[in-house]
Design a protein around this ligand. Sequence first.
Ligand SMILES: Cc1cc2nc3c(=O)[nH]c(=O)nc-3n(C[C@H](O)[C@H](O)[C@H](O)COP(=O)(O)OP(=O)(O)OC[C@H]3O[C@@H](n4cnc5c(N)ncnc54)[C@H](O)[C@@H]3O)c2cc1C
Length: 445
Amino acid sequence: MNKKYDAIIIGAGVIGCPIAYELAKMGYKTLNVDKNSDAGLGSTAATCAIIRAHYSTEDGVAMAYEGMKYWKDWENYLGGVKDEKGLAKFMNTGSILLKSKGHDWRKVKKNYDAVGVQYEDWSVERVVKAAPVYDLHEHWPVRRPEDSEFWNESTGMLEGALYCPEGGYVNDPVLSTHNMMRATQAHGGEFLFNVEVVAVRSEANQVKGITLKDGSQFDAPVVVNVAGPHSFKINQMAKGVWEGCNIKTKALRHEVMHCPSPEGYNYYGDGYHTSDADLGIYYRPEVGNMFLIGSEDPKCDPKVYPDPDDFYAGKGGAGEDNQLSEAQWKAQCYRLGRRVPTLRVPNQPRGVVDLYDCSDDWIPIYDKSDMKGFYMAIGTSGNQYKNAPVVGAMMAELIDACQKGLDHDANPFQYKLKYLPRSFNVGFFSRKREINTNSSFSVNG
Ligand SMILES: Cc1cc2nc3c(=O)[nH]c(=O)nc-3n(C[C@H](O)[C@H](O)[C@H](O)COP(=O)(O)OP(=O)(O)OC[C@H]3O[C@@H](n4cnc5c(N)ncnc54)[C@H](O)[C@@H]3O)c2cc1C
């Protein structure tokens, strides 16, 4: 006889664990299954874990600001559970959004006002007072170092910044995921590692369970796809689910670079997370007094969508494998060098490369599916680490409501946020939506 659960969650990353945690707290008997050997070792392991509130839509801002509150209250969120590895820590650096032509910061400001986000409007002088190594000359449009105009002398200046004092990053994203696994286990949730889901079984359009590569089967009336960059593969395993999504997901290769702070500047201790769309990058402090430099995927950079199985197996052609590429490393470091002219760019690439689970409009899909009992929390598009605890609570309530008969497609579930005094139309994340043209179509969501 197959072992039975109330809910099976495919994936034990930073999104799969909080969903299990919240379902377990509601009394569901949960099982997370994962190909990796522990929680958080998928794309979560490579995340920059930046916790910022700026997004292009009001709902995006509300969710991120709500997420920030959870990270600041981490111990409480975990219900006092102990983890033998310790607890992850929120590093409250503050978050600078540089005002530039590359970012519709006026829309962000409007969204901040609507949601009630705490922020300050900073002049150029105020930014430089806070971050004395920054040079706020304008470099728009974003170019690659191979472009001869990349090194042009800048004549204009940026306008300043929006500063959000509550922003920052989480020091150890794998540990944060492990913390949520331990919290789930404290409520009876189970985890199975080193196993691969190869089939999603159903009968008369009702999900029945999963089959693993070794042939073993587990049954549940609820199965949730939280497989990160493999999400489209799992959706394709469930009959009719992939076809029923108007918005699709695919894996996008993404590189993050490390570069030492300028001599005499303590970026690790004194620096801010900064979004710099003028140069198509974002950066935050990293252990070892490093700048960690991510990309906002400007139009001039190539986009590579590898097969996630090939990528994680280390296969693939030029630019498709899981090694840093010299050209992209230079692009991101040299771009930061324009903002921080005293930056010391080393002669060896250092950083990480991993995959975003990217949706067509860079907004996630948090939804049911066309198959009864099959749900998805996918398409996190390089920007949902910060929202993970909110997603956990929202998905668990959505699943519970649908299992009790709600027709979420016809009558979208309204999720009441725990910290902010507002509710959220979960239909915003529908798989059936048209592409959201308010999106920045970038990691800024
Ligand atoms: C380089 C990078 C930087 C980022 N920076 C930020 C940031 O600064 N701020 C922010 O908010 N977000 C950021 N993100 C986004 C955020 O980290 C992701 O949205 C989040 O980690 C995704 O978590 P997940 O649980 O959905 O996926 P994953 O962590 O990938 O977990 C999915 C799990 O599913 C398992 N799985 C897949 N297929 C199967 C199968 N067939 N059988 C069994 N198991 C399976 C995998 O092994 C994996 O462990 C970044 C992402 C990347 C890649």
